[in-house]
Structure formats: structure tokens, C-alpha cells
Design a protein around this ligand. Structure first.
Ligand SMILES: [Zn+2]
Length: 324
């Protein structure tokens, strides 16, 4: 098993060496800015420890009972403590309960691993309770604290943990990974916005896509309501070489057909626009929706670059405007 993200691979190698030399600390404080994959790192460490295969100390096998239970989220010796629903803090009872579980011998005669995340969410009583667990660790137990704001943790906690900071990967690694997740957007720009943290960059890119989709959707609704000019919108669409808006419209037409054929609004794939789609589905004609879908599919299939983008966009939007 390789690391969950490519930039964590050096950390995986370091971990396996530390485990092989039996130098793993009882308390590990994993720090780094948001979006670096700190939780993925903690999970990787836990699985390395909980794998029961012979070579499990270097790489989890992925199919022993330990791995299977871990991957299913049901390993009896793996504990994750986070703020409970609607709460911002980790409470003392949660940490006490963790301490009691860690004090017992392991269910599967191997390691016990616990992750506290985000560690700075512990209130003072919870932190004091955790301190006891850190001071009197039971055998074969690893406690991982995950924090992007370690300065907010009591010094007593920090001093009892070995710190490991996950730093931003080389731009080439982050860009290559992010480019594979984005639909033609520029990975460099989002990485800059995210200070080089790849998962944060992805989050920002996705949020921006949702905004753009909503803007496009509202423009289509305006065209239907005779408030927007389909030819002007077509010109807008053509500024984007990949004609992303056409692909979105195709997705929405399929959603509209789904709603009309099932009579249910829960079936839409574009969940971010479910309400607007349900409203449209109620007033559009199924046959015309199918005709538009056919037309778009045909145009996209034949779009080898020779089709005039402007004509294609106008064709699609005039049909959209005419269906009302
Ligand atoms: Zn395994």
C-alpha cells in the first residue's frame, strides 16, 4: 500500500523505519496547515500498526482481519476522538472514555491506536485528562494528536508528544496531483491561494466550481423567463474552450428527465441545485427535454474541433429558450 496522497510517501517511509526500529513514541503530535492530509497520515500510521500480516510492520497488507476491520471503520483497537455533533469542543468525558479503553489490553493482541482530532478542540479538563494517559501509557499504544494550531495546546501536552510537521509538498508534486482532480482549472492558482496545501486547494477549486455552476444555472433560468438573451449567453459560453457549460446543461437535462420520469426530486445528481431543478422540472415538457439531450449528445460526439463553437452554443441555447 502506498501513501494515501503522493506527498505523504516520504512520511510513510519514515514511519515504517521508525516502527521497524521500535522507536515509535507513545504520543505523536501531527501538525501542519489545513489541507495537508494530517488525518490521512494518522490513519496510515494506525493501519501500519494494526495490520496483522507478517510484513505488516512495513506495509499494511490490505486483506488481513486487522486491515479489513480498519478499512471498514470497525477495528476494536482503533479509536478516533473528535468534537461530538454540533459541538466545537472535545469534552472531558470523551477523553476519559478513551483513556479507559486504552488502559485495557487490546482486543486483537496487537497495537492500540487512537487519534484525537483536532487536538486543540479539547477543553482544559479534557486536556488534563489526556495528560494522564500520555504520562502513563499502556503497552503497544500510540496516541496521535492532530492539530493545525498546536500553539493552542497546553505546553504540558506538547512536551509529552513527539512532534511531526507535515509541510507543503514540492509544487510539482502538488500540481500534478491537483491537475488530475480539476476540470481544466489552473492548479497553480489554487495552490497559491491555499499556501501550497493540496487538499485545501482542491476544496477552494470545488467551491469555485459550485459558484460557477450556480451562475450558469441562473443564467439559463433567466433565458427561460425571457429575461436573458440566449445569443449573448452563447457568446459567454464560448469564452471557455472546453465548453464546460454545455456539459453542465447536459447533466441538468438528465436530472430534469429523471425528476419528470420518477416524480421524485431526490433523484437529481446535481444536489447543489436540487431545488432549482425541481422547480424547472415542474414546468418543462419531457419530450422537449429529450430532444435537447439528443441534440447535445450528438453535437458533443461530433465535436472534433471542426464545429464552430459559437454556432453550437447558439443552437443549444435557442432550443433551450424555445421550450417554454
Ligand atoms: Zn493487513
Amino acid at each position: 500500500m502506498s501513501a494515501p496522497y503522493p506527498w505523504l510517501e516520504p512520511y510513510r517511509q519514515m514511519l515504517t523505519e521508525v516502527i521497524a526500529r521500535e522507536r515509535l513514541p507513545h504520543g505523536l503530535l501531527v501538525t501542519g496547515q489545513p489541507g495537508m492530509g494530517k488525518m490521512a497520515f494518522a490513519g496510515m500510521l494506525a493501519q501500519l500498526l494494526l495490520c496483522e500480516a507478517r510484513d505488516g510492520r512495513t506495509r499494511p497488507c490490505g486483506h488481513c482481519t486487522g486491515c479489513i476491520q480498519f478499512l471498514a471503520g470497525s477495528h476494536p483497537d482503533y479509536f478516533v476522538v473528535t468534537p461530538e455533533e454540533e459541538s466545537q469542543v472535545i469534552k472531558v468525558d470523551q477523553v476519559r472514555e478513551l483513556g479507559e479503553k486504552l488502559a485495557l489490553s487490546s482486543h486483537r493482541a496487537g497495537f492500540k491506536a487512537a487519534v484525537v482530532h483536532p487536538a486543540e478542540a479539547m477543553n482544559i479538563n479534557a486536556a488534563n485528562s489526556l495528560l494522564k494517559t500520555l504520562e502513563e501509557p499502556s503497552d503497544n499504544t500510540v496516541l496521535v494528536l492532530v492539530s493545525s494550531q498546536p500553539a493552542r495546546l497546553p505546553a504540558t501536552i506538547r512536551s509529552r508528544c513527539q512532534q511531526l510537521r507535515i509541510t507543503a509538498p514540492a509544487p510539482a508534486i502538488a500540481q500534478a496531483w491537483l491537475a488530475g482532480k480539476l476540470d481544466g482549472q489552473d492548479p497553480e492558482r489554487f495552490l497559491q491561494l491555499a499556501n501550497g496545501a493540496p487538499l485545501e486547494a482542491l476544496r477552494l477549486a470545488e467551491a469555485q466550481v459550485i459558484d460557477k455552476r450556480r451562475t450558469q444555472f441562473l443564467a439559463l433560468v433567466r433565458v427561460l423567463e425571457d429575461k436573458g438573451d440566449p445569443l449573448k449567453l452563447a457568446a459567454d459560453w464560448c469564452k471557455d474552450e472546453s465548453l464546460q457549460a454545455v456539459h453542465w446543461l447536459r447533466d441538468w437535462l438528465m436530472d430534469l428527465v429523471r425528476v419528470r420520469t420518477t416524480g421524485q426530486t431526490g433523484v437529481v445528481r446535481s444536489a447543489d441545485l436540487a431545488e432549482g431543478l425541481a422547480g424547472l422540472a415542474a414546468r418543462l415538457d419531457s419530450r422537449k427535454l429529450f430532444l435537447q439531450l439528443d441534440n447535445i449528445n450528438r453535437l458533443l460526439r461530433n465535436n472534433d474541433g471542426s464545429l464552430n463553437r459559437q454556432l453550437m452554443a447558439e443552437d443549444i441555447l435557442l432550443a433551450w429558450a424555445a421550450q417554454q
